[in-house]
Design a binder for this molecule. Structure first.
Ligand code: AKG
Ligand code: FE2
Length: 208
């Protein structure tokens, strides 16, 4: 990618990240792309094996329902379908831009579909593991229906420092097509209890 070619769209995400450690972008994918991704997720919930999400990583994982209640399916970049290819084309383009403009040194990424059934949540946490701190940016793309209602709950709560050394909680609704990016090592966050099934693709950009 040419270094001098400024992408205004990406620049506004980067500017927010630098200023607030998080960014919200509502038009990373078109409506058609969002519904194709949602249909894909729904198909896979029937055909493939979503697993109860665990905490920790491969070496120390355990399923603890009182901490998180979502089910996930990792996306395998070597076995992608056409919709996932579209997804990765866009996301990898963004990663290349981040690397060439912000020198983040992102060398790996990992993404999974997530379904939060009614009544589930994910308690406050940080997206890094005790034995692995390579996760640099967390990305969440919401694949809910366009008529998602505020009383469905399921907000992403980001805990941010305020000017007086305290903290504020920013609640973000999981609206169809919304992308939230945040600093994995800095921002504690939680998923509030959902009152309606909640769909997303969550992923992490990692250094080596
Ligand atoms: O779905 C969300 O809004 C956030 C999910 C999350 O925090 C995680 O999977 O680590
Ligand atoms: Fe998280």
């Amino acid at each position: 990618m040419l270094k001098d070619k400024v992408n205004v769209f990406y620049e506004s995400i980067i500017e927010d990240l630098l200023k607030c450690n998080f960014a919200i972008c509502d038009d990373f994918f078109s409506n058609d792309e969002v519904s194709a991704l949602r249909d894909n997720l729904l198909l896979k919930t029937e055909e493939e094996n979503f697993r109860r999400a665990a905490i920790g990583n491969l070496f120390n994982e355990k399923v603890v329902k009182s901490i998180r209640g979502d089910s996930i399916l990792w996306i395998d970049e070597d076995r992608m379908d056409l919709v996932e290819e579209m997804y990765f084309n866009k996301v990898n383009h963004f990663i290349d831009y981040l690397n060439s403009t912000c020198f983040l040194g992102i060398e790996e990424s990992e993404f999974h579909y997530a379904v939060y059934p009614e009544g589930t949540f994910y308690k406050r946490h940080l997206d890094v593991f005790q034995n692995d701190d390579r996760r640099t940016l967390s990305l969440v793309f919401y694949l809910n229906q366009e008529d998602w209602q505020a009383d469905y709950g399921g907000e992403l709560a980001l805990y941010l420092p305020d000017d007086d050394g305290g903290e504020v909680c920013k609640l973000i609704q999981p609206l169809a097509g919304r992308l939230v990016v945040f600093e994995s090592k800095l921002l504690e966050h939680e998923v509030k209890q959902v009152k309606h099934p909640r769909y997303s693709i969550t992923g992490w950009l990692k250094t080596r």
